[in-house]
Design a protein around this ligand. Structure first.
Ligand SMILES: [Zn+2]
Length: 202
């Protein structure tokens, strides 16, 4: 039987990782499921092999299997090996920072078809306000396979709900055409009124 998908979407600082790990931990503790956390190698938040929430109050930390975000299919033999070692099907696979994963739609569908429940957390939009990777495409899988979508909430400093991840470079709003990775960059959740994107074409 195919698995179900739980999709966690939101901007920076919406506690997506903490929520992913909370759900993973609940499945481990109460449902006695085997949960495998997958961490794309582009993610730089924690040390190797560990998915860590940025929220300093949640001390959630969990062992995870790192995989190549450019080719998630490479991780399938490791999943098979793990299943033979534990002698059962892995009930749940949790993917953090899903926006970085190539082939995310097909890879997630493959895991669902193989009978795993799949939790996927990630950014819905990039710093330009454009859909990030294939995260939004996963809505279709929620409809087709069943499960849920959770829009994780973040707040702008003005108090309104933040839908955008404001990218700052040395404290100033990053221009539309700024490179993907830069030293001195940081992010803040912002509402539509306070989201600033110099040089935006539309
Ligand atoms: Zn605001």
């Amino acid at each position: 039987m195919p698995g179900k998908i739980e999709l966690l979407l939101g901007p920076m600082r919406s506690n997506k990782t903490a929520e992913l790990l909370r759900r993973a931990e609940m499945r481990r503790e109460y449902a006695r499921q085997y949960v495998l956390v997958l961490k794309p190698s582009d993610d730089t938040k924690g040390g190797p092999g560990v998915v860590e929430s940025r929220n300093p109050k949640g001390h959630a930390k969990m062992e995870a299997l790192e995989f190549n975000a450019r080719d998630p299919w490479e991780v399938l033999p490791a999943i098979d090996d793990l299943e033979s070692r534990i002698g059962k099907c892995i009930e749940c696979i949790a993917i953090d920072e899903g926006q970085f994963v190539d082939d995310l739609f097909l890879f997630t569908r493959h895991l669902l078809d193989a009978g795993h429940d799949v939790l996927v957390a990630g950014l819905d939009l990039d710093f330009r306000g454009i859909p990030f990777g294939e995260m939004l495409n996963l809505h279709w899988l929620v409809n087709a396979y069943g499960g849920s979508v959770t829009e994780c909430m973040a707040y702008c400093a003005c108090g309104n709900r933040a839908f955008y991840s404001q990218r700052l470079i040395e404290g100033k709003p990053a221009p539309y055409d700024s490179p993907i990775k830069m030293p001195g960059e940081s992010y803040e959740p912002r509402c539509a009124e306070h989201f600033i994107l110099p040089g935006r074409p539309h």
